[in-house]
Design a binder for this molecule. Structure first.
Ligand SMILES: [Zn+2]
Length: 389
């Protein structure tokens, strides 16, 4: 089999080999056809403060406690490639029999306190890509990526703050793109590549087009002329958030959203994925704090216009339709204003659908009453838009 660490590097992941990883394991039988994602619940400081514990274990549980630690900066620390003690009792899920995740699933421990610490885009991006790379390595389908909290909902919450429906979609995208597509490691929080002089590719053509360069100069090479055009654009629109001549978050947004009352980025024949992104971007430009307040009152929350942790938990439970056990079902029933009896019947389903339609109205996306891709993408953006404020 190919070298695991080299394989991850090929997928564009910053990879660190922990001493002894090739032979480190706990137990012999390991046949991964799924992936479990976790958070470490470790210390607040440093890139990977839990690495030592994950490698060597803790009293009562011998190491390794997973095959990988994902650092806050997106570095993958390869701890082992054999069986590890990360799953515990739970399941069955995704074809993994009950209580046997350690035998049949890779484990990834992503560094995060699990107490409201926001996930950085760079770490999330690496998380998706690491899962995609492992899917390719072991012949796993991205549908077989599950959270520890899905494996053992009654006792686990990790990885906190991650919506698994969305997470799996992202893994699918990364998996479909494949290793060759991984060129830009530096992304804005909207997921666009940060572009500067010397870069090339289709995204450079997009910005050259948006900047209004003559067609003959829309060549996909970010040269001095493109840089000069970016600087002019930034000066004209008083964009100060990005370095001069670099297309980062703010320049991307200004390029994409309406300037002088029209869309600057001319739509090309769009793929389904691009259509979704376009629809959501259009809607996102119209969101206000009142939308957030409206949604909070729809869901019986204090309409304070603050996207805090409490709001986040309720919104995510609604979108994920979280009803893994009786407690969660009752909680969800309360959120959708149904009778909280712990039994999900047609009345609960109707009440849920009604709230999803309300959510879709607020997000300004088609009111289909189901959590489709457009809704998910819009919800993800809505979260990113308001959560940090
Ligand atoms: Zn866990």
């Amino acid at each position: 089999m190919a070298d695991l660490a080299d394989h991850l590097r090929k997928w564009g992941l910053k990879t660190y080999e922990v001493d002894g990883w090739k032979t480190r394991k706990s137990g012999s039988r390991f046949d991964p056809h799924a992936i479990t994602v976790h958070h470490t619940a470790g210390g607040r400081n440093g890139n990977a403060p839990s690495l030592n514990i994950v490698t060597h274990g803790r009293p009562g549980i011998p190491g390794p406690l997973s095959q990988f630690v994902l650092g806050r900066d997106g570095t993958v620390f390869v701890v082992g490639q054999g069986r590890a003690n990360h799953g515990g009792k739970g399941g069955p899920i995704a074809g993994v029999p009950a209580d046997s995740a350690n035998t049949y699933a890779w484990g990834i421990e992503a560094e995060n306190t699990g107490r409201g610490e926001p996930w950085s885009p760079v770490q999330l991006n690496a998380y998706y890509r690491l899962c995609a790379a492992l899917c390719a390595y072991s012949g796993i389908t991205p549908d077989a990526v599950f959270a520890h909290k899905e494996w053992a909902p009654s006792r686990k919450v990790d990885p906190a703050g991650i919506y698994m429906v969305d997470f799996r979609e992202r893994v699918k995208e990364a998996f479909a793109a494949g290793p060759a597509q991984v060129v830009h490691v530096e992304l804005t929080e909207d997921g666009d590549p940060v572009l500067r002089e010397g870069d090339e590719g289709r995204k450079v053509v997009d910005i050259q087009n948006a900047l209004g360069l003559p067609e003959s100069e829309q060549d996909g090479d970010f040269g001095p002329k493109t840089k000069a055009a970016v600087i002019l654009f930034q000066q004209y629109h008083k964009i100060v958030g990005d370095p001069r001549g670099v297309v980062g978050l703010y320049t991307w947004r200004a390029l994409r959203f309406k300037v002088h009352g029209r869309e600057v980025l001319k739509p090309k024949p769009a793929t389904v994925g691009e259509k979704i992104v376009n629809a959501v971007q259009k809607a996102a430009g119209q969101w206000t704090k009142d939308d957030l307040r409206k949604l909070q009152s729809h869901l019986n929350l204090n309409p304070d216009g603050v996207y805090g942790w409490g709001t986040h938990i309720v919104f995510s439970a609604l979108v994920e339709k979280k009803k893994g056990n009786k407690k969660e079902t009752m909680n969800l029933q309360r959120i959708v204003s149904a009778v909280p009896d712990g039994i999900w019947g047609p009345n609960s389903e109707r009440a849920w659908k009604d709230k999803i339609v309300k959510l879709q109205r607020v997000l300004k996306v088609p009111t289909t009453g189901v959590v489709d891709k457009v809704t998910l993408e819009a919800y993800r953006k809505f979260y990113a838009h308001f959560h940090k404020k």
